[in-house]
Every structure is written in C-alpha cells, then in structure tokens.
Design a protein around this ligand. Sequence first.
Ligand SMILES: [Zn+2]
Length: 95
Amino acid sequence: MKQPKKMRALCPFCKKHTTHTVKQSKKRVRDTAHTMSQSAKRKDRHKRGYGGHGKYSKPAVSKKPSQKLDLRYKCEECGKSHPKEGFRIRKFEQQ
Ligand SMILES: [Zn+2]
C-alpha cells in the first residue's frame, strides 16, 4: 500500500475536512521492569532443572504474519492528531 504524506481528511476537532500529515507511529519499547515480582520468580522456579517449562515453553504472544498498522493523522489547522483504526497490511510505504 502506498500512502501520501499529506491528505485531506475529516478532523474530529475542527469537524471539517482539512489537510492532515500522516505519520506511522513508532513502537514503544518496554523496559523489563519487575524482575523480582512474584510472577517472575514463579517463572524462574519453573525454568530450573530438568523437564519442560510448562506454560512458559511457548511464547506469551503468538506472532502473526502481518502486524497492525498504526497511523496518526495530524491536522494542520489545529495541530491535534488523531489515530486511524489499525488494519493489517503486508507492505507499507509513504510517498
Ligand atoms: Zn483540526
């Protein structure tokens, strides 16, 4: 899919069609906090010694073939931005 950098869209704040700049939001990187939490300790106990790791063997979130796109539309008149509902797409490029 090709997406222009600027396009006209409905601004929910101005309540009319204005030019918007479209940006793909960056993924937030989570830091690994709570290393000594009860659930983390339980996981460590499970992974010790012989045998399988039980429910910790499989990944917590299964990877899908395509990730949902997160687009942000920024109104040029009021400067506020609003998201668009994410949709799955294999290839995305901005013009
Ligand atoms: Zn606006």
